[in-house]
Design a protein around this ligand. Structure first.
Ligand SMILES: C[S@@+](CC[C@H](N)C(=O)[O-])C[C@H]1O[C@@H](n2cnc3c(N)ncnc32)[C@H](O)[C@@H]1O
Length: 492
């Protein structure tokens, strides 16, 4: 493996060549960059034609996975090539050098520039390459989703469970005093170590299964993009460690949700990207199942998508490079049999956020498949804050406060042509979850009057007078809906 000094040299060398996300886009153009995102290398190769400068060499080696003449590689990585070959990052044959591992720039609007080490992306230019069972995945769309939903506030201790290439630890380093990163796969820990050294980020790396490496310890934040894919083991009993746990169905996610509270500090947060089973009709619903896993925590489960078994199998067979392979049909059938034997009729995909509390927990399990503002982490954090506030706030006090409708909330109303009254009123957020809430005249009237001038109770009473209804009845009717609007950040 590379020493800390070699990693620091590598960081300096990549930075000096502008081997960054922006530098790569500037070198090959946005179209070719998007093509690389689809695993197509031809547009980028054409954009770099005739170039042998360090940036072009780095892109060709690591992003296009093409061989480069040794002299150009020595120019790109002066004094580092032998070390990179010895460590297994590069391979050399017949005067040319090629990448054996992936080393790519990574950044978000909020963080970076970073470089991430992982196994090579399979399936470049549709060439099917087998994935080893201990394959270490690079930054994927799932990694980005988890990074965007993570609540980022200054904290003491964070746990990155199933660190893989180490990408979540890079983000945690920005707001946690101490990060522990674990993985079941020893290769993942080796590559995460390189990622951390190259970025000069410190974290403690520990091997082991789920929460076993941190037995008896507590954290302010636990995040995990665990191997949640529900797949049958191969006939040799193997699974792809990066995506398939060794528990049956969604057992690994359930185990994590059940165990997390004993590893959280009071108020500590655990966020998990997950898939979960939809049981056959007649048994408990998927939402009841998930709510039943939660104990001692506020919970916010958001189902973003549901796939039927066929769609699910196709997605993950393609992900593993099985499309077009001879065994595709039998693998598809085996997988369907596996799901059917477990009585799984659909698979939900989404996010689980838990916050440990000694108070009576609030558990919400909802479907929200609509577009949202990214990063969504701040909206998740705000909602948790409001859940805490509302728990402490009896109705009488809530009605006595002066609320203001949030600046990003608008009202849409639809009326029959020429009609006096709206047929349909919707309160719509432009930010965060971008929720839309159907409102009747009374609720819309109350929300519309929330400009901070009057206490809520007086507004409800005034609306009751205008609508000629009993104000006690209106308070009782609106109270749960007003609580929802406060929790979901329509009213502040
Ligand atoms: C989908 S990858 C996520 C990697 C990275 N955290 C990210 O967000 O891109 C899941 C990681 O969990 C690890 N893993 C698999 N089974 C595990 C287990 N039982 N306990 C801990 N980690 C596990 C895998 O080796 C893999 O690195």
């Amino acid at each position: 493996m590379l020493t800390a000094t070699a990693c620091a040299d590598l960081r300096a060398t990549c930075g000096a060549a502008d081997y960054t996300v922006d530098g790569v886009i500037a070198a090959i153009g946005t179209e070719a960059h998007r093509a690389l995102g689809r695993n197509s290398t031809v547009p980028a190769e054409r954009a770099l034609a005739g170039r042998d400068d360090p940036l072009a060499t780095m892109i060709t080696l690591f992003l296009l996975q093409l061989p480069v003449e040794r002299g150009a590689v020595i120019t790109a990585f002066p004094g580092l090539v032998d070390t990179m070959i010895d460590s297994g990052l590069l391979g050399s044959a017949d005067g040319s050098v090629r990448a054996l591992l992936d080393l790519r720039p990574y950044a978000t609007d909020e963080a970076g520039p970073y470089w991430v080490v992982s196994d090579l992306t399979p399936g470049m230019d549709t060439v099917i390459t087998p994935i080893r069972p201990d394959y270490v995945l690079g930054v994927s769309s799932a990694s980005t989703t988890l990074a965007q939903l993570t609540v980022r506030r200054p904290i003491g201790r964070a746990l990155d469970l199933g660190t893989g290439c180490g990408v979540q630890t890079l983000h945690l380093d920005g707001h946690a005093d101490q990060v522990i990163a674990t993985d079941l796969n020893p290769r993942a820990l080796e590559l995460a170590r390189l990622t951390l050294l190259i970025n000069d980020v410190e974290a403690e790396l520990r091997p082991g299964d789920l929460l076993q490496p941190v037995a008896g310890e507590r954290f302010d934040l636990i995040i995990s993009n665990p191997p949640y894919v529900m797949a049958p083991p191969t006939t040799a009993g193997r699974r792809l460690t990066y995506r398939e746990g060794d528990r049956s169905a969604d057992g690994l996610v359930e185990e994590l949700v059940r165990a997390a509270p004993t590893h959280l500090t009071e108020g500590g947060i655990c966020q998990i990207l997950a898939n979960w089973a939809h049981p056959a009709v007649g048994s408990e619903t998927w939402a009841d199942r998930l709510a039943g896993w939660v104990d001692g925590c506020d919970a916010h489960v958001v189902q973003r998508e549901v796939l039927d078994p066929g769609e699910y199998v196709e997605l993950w067979l393609a992900d593993a490079g099985q499309s077009g392979k001879p065994g595709y049909r039998s693998a598809y059938a085996d997988w369907l049999d596996y799901l059917a034997a477990l009585d799984i009729t659909g698979i939900g995909m989404g996010w689980i956020t838990l916050r440990r509390t000694d108070a009576t927990p609030e558990v919400t399990v909802e479907e929200w498949p609509h577009p949202i503002e990214q990063p969504i982490g701040p909206a998740i954090a705000t909602r948790l804050d409001h859940v805490g506030t509302l728990r402490e706030l009896p109705d009488s006090e809530l009605l006595g406060r002066h609320w203001v409708v949030a600046a990003d909330v608008g009202e849409e109303s639809l009326a029959d042509p020429g009609g006096a009254d709206p047929r349909h009123i919707v309160l719509r957020q432009e930010r965060g979850f971008r929720r839309a809430v159907e409102a009747d005249t009374a609720l819309a009237g109350v929300v519309g009057a929330c400009d901070g001038e009057l206490p809520l109770g007086r507004i409800v009473d005034a609306v009751a007078t205008v609508l000629e209804i009993d104000s006690i009845d209106l308070r009782a009717e609106l109270m749960p809906r007003l609580r929802d609007l406060i929790r979901d950040d329509f009213l502040r």
